[in-house]
Design a protein around this ligand. Structure first.
Ligand SMILES: C[S@@+](CC[C@H](N)C(=O)[O-])C[C@H]1O[C@@H](n2cnc3c(N)ncnc32)[C@H](O)[C@@H]1O
Length: 198
């Protein structure tokens, strides 16, 4: 999906359906983040912060990064309204150059499907992790009912494992955790969580 689409959507992104899906994702990621109190978390493609801001109590610091300025603005307003002391925002697109920022954990929820060059973004996220750091990806399982020129129709676990290994990730685990109705471009679909280590 073109990025200006997200610019236009930002102020009306938090619909009841998206918030419901976000809560399911948050529940899954929170389990993955046990014992992370000393860690820095980078939420890449954070959007309005539906996922990242619901994790701020589990980590030492959180940086919400998005390539859409409007999304970043919405997230920033939430941080100040809610008085979340350990969260910051950054307007950036890591596919355009290697980021300077390093984190212990990188989370990417429902973003990989929107980025054409999967290997490139995985490589940049690998570069943005500290040694021993963890990448957590939430996305849709491969879905043949979806066909859109700007969006990957999900990912097969085998294909993604290969891409992650190719850029240097180890201890790669991927599992499906949720099946839902009309959750991926109005089609029934399932979501996976992937965790891998630098
Ligand atoms: C479907 S939303 C997901 C938002 C949030 N992660 C969630 O799960 O609720 C996808 C987000 O990825 C962002 N995005 C798309 N391409 C990006 C890129 N190349 N770099 C950074 N963010 C990107 C969009 O601006 C949008 O905010």
């Amino acid at each position: 999906m073109e990025n200006n689409v997200f610019e236009q959507m930002a102020k009306r992104y938090d619909t009841a359906e998206r918030m419901e899906l976000a809560n399911i994702i948050v529940k899954e990621v929170r389990t993955e983040l046990q014992n992370s109190q000393s860690k820095s978390l980078l939420d890449y493609g954070s959007g309005t912060g539906l996922i990242g801001l619901a994790l701020s109590d589990l980590v030492n610091s959180i940086l919400l990064v998005d390539s859409s300025e409007q999304m970043v603005e919405v997230a920033k307003a939430k941080i100040s309204q809610r008085g979340i002391a350990n969260a910051e925002v950054m307007h950036s697109d890591f596919t355009q150059g290697t980021p300077q920022h390093k984190a212990d954990i990188v989370l990417m929820s429902l973003v990989l499907l929107h980025i054409p060059d999967t290997t490139k973004i995985l490589q940049e996220l690998f570069n943005s992790l500290n040694d021993g750091g963890k990448l957590i990806i939430i996305d849709f399982d491969k879905n043949d009912k979806i066909n859109h020129p700007k969006v990957h129709n999900g990912f097969s676990h085998e294909e993604l494992k290969e891409r992650l290994a190719e850029v240097g990730f180890k201890s790669i685990e991927i599992r499906t955790f949720h099946h839902g109705n009309h959750i991926f471009m109005n089609q029934d679909a399932s979501m996976f969580i992937s965790s891998s280590v630098k």
